[in-house]
Design a binder for this molecule. Structure first.
Ligand code: BTN
Length: 345
């Protein structure tokens, strides 16, 4: 598959994202209601007017509306309803100064798998993959992640962190709790984190994380951080078996969210959390954040792992991020993986 467009083997590229589109869209975002002159963009980008108009035409076909408001200027009056990778990347750069190459796909098997294929083909991280639909979205423990075209976010970020493999577990926990904290503050929500990395709001699952890594000579070389966030899904968009347990940010906030702004805020936050983790590890505030958002602490649960079940009361995390479970005999077990179910009272 080509990175900047064309049809590939697995995914069909919908949203082309050359640098130039991102830069043009940034100019319109910065200008707001003030008309932007094509000549000025051409001069600033060092391009011909013809190539700028060519890009604008292409963006129009992808759902943008640029209205002529004076003889020399255009305003961006509409953006696509579906996530457009170049617009998300433009917003990420304006918000955070970070330039993240972002591949937008109409449909793909899994954004994590696509990121892995891109890495295997030599694409240099960091980069991101976004898709409107996943045909084989993957969850933890071999589960399926329902990934219909329902306004939700299916995102993978590829990094090359050179971390020791034993820090991976903590990495995912830190990314999850920092994102939960961000969403709580940004939208005024009562967020919780369910070990290892489900994000809940009012007891409903809003997001799940699947981190995958390639380990070379005792180092995590390529790391793919995959996250599914229910952004704008309505209750009827979820399969019937998930309606009682799944939620979305829009349902929690009580109104549809601007998908581009929200996705960009989330991506900018994830990039900052990643950089902080690589530089400082979990950070001095991790324990306090985990305690604040922990859904499981003190609860009676059953943990299933590798066909076995262990019952007990959750007693927090150990230093590596393993779940501490105290059984009925008073023994404490440190669990690195497993599915946690609350015991019925
Ligand atoms: C879970 O809660 O089980 C983890 C779900 C992770 C889903 C995301 S969606 C984007 C990325 N691509 C995948 O195939 N999975 C992750």
């Amino acid at each position: 598959m080509r990175w900047w467009g064309g049809a590939g083997k697995v995914g069909k590229t919908l949203l082309l994202m050359p640098e130039i589109d991102r830069t043009i869209l940034e100019a319109f975002l910065v200008a707001g209601d003030t008309p932007v002159s094509g000549d000025k963009i051409a001069r600033e980008l060092g391009l011909s007017r013809v190539s700028v108009w060519g890009r604008l035409e292409r963006l129009r076909r992808e759902g943008f509306v640029f209205e002529a408001s004076t003889r020399v200027g255009y305003r961006m009056t509409r953006v696509p309803e579906r996530l457009h990778a170049a617009l998300v990347a433009a917003r990420v750069r304006l918000l955070s100064g970070r330039e993240l190459p972002l591949l937008g796909l109409e449909a793909v098997d899994s954004t994590n798998s696509e990121a892995e294929r891109q890495l295997a083909a030599g694409r240099e991280p960091p980069f991101g993959v976004l898709a409107a639909v996943q045909t084989a979205g993957r969850g933890r423990l071999g589960r399926v992640w329902h990934s219909k075209d329902n306004g939700n976010l299916y995102l993978s970020l590829a990094f090359r962190p050179l971390l020791a493999p034993e820090r991976m577990q903590m990495f995912t926990l830190v990314m999850g709790v920092r994102l939960g904290h961000f969403l709580a503050e940004r939208f005024g929500l009562k967020m919780q984190v369910k070990w290892p990395n489900d994000l809940l709001c009012d007891g409903r699952k809003l997001a799940g994380i699947l981190t995958e890594a390639r380990i070379d000579a005792d180092h995590v070389r390529d790391l793919v951080f995959g996250i599914g966030i229910n952004l704008n899904a309505r209750e009827k968009d979820f399969p019937p078996e998930l309606r009682a347990t799944a939620g979305s940010l829009a349902l929690a906030v009580g109104k549809p969210l601007d998908p581009h702004r929200t996705a960009a805020e989330i991506i900018a936050h994830l990039l900052a959390s990643y950089e902080k983790f690589v530089a400082e590890g979990k950070g001095a505030d991790f324990a306090e954040l985990w305690t604040r958002y922990d859904f499981l602490c003190g609860k009676k649960v059953t943990v299933s792992m590798l066909g076995k079940e262990l019952a007990g009361t959750v007693a927090g995390l150990d230093e590596s991020g393993a779940l501490l479970l105290r059984d009925s005999k008073g023994n404490t077990h440190a669990l690195n993986a497993g599915e946690v179910t609350l015991k019925k009272k």
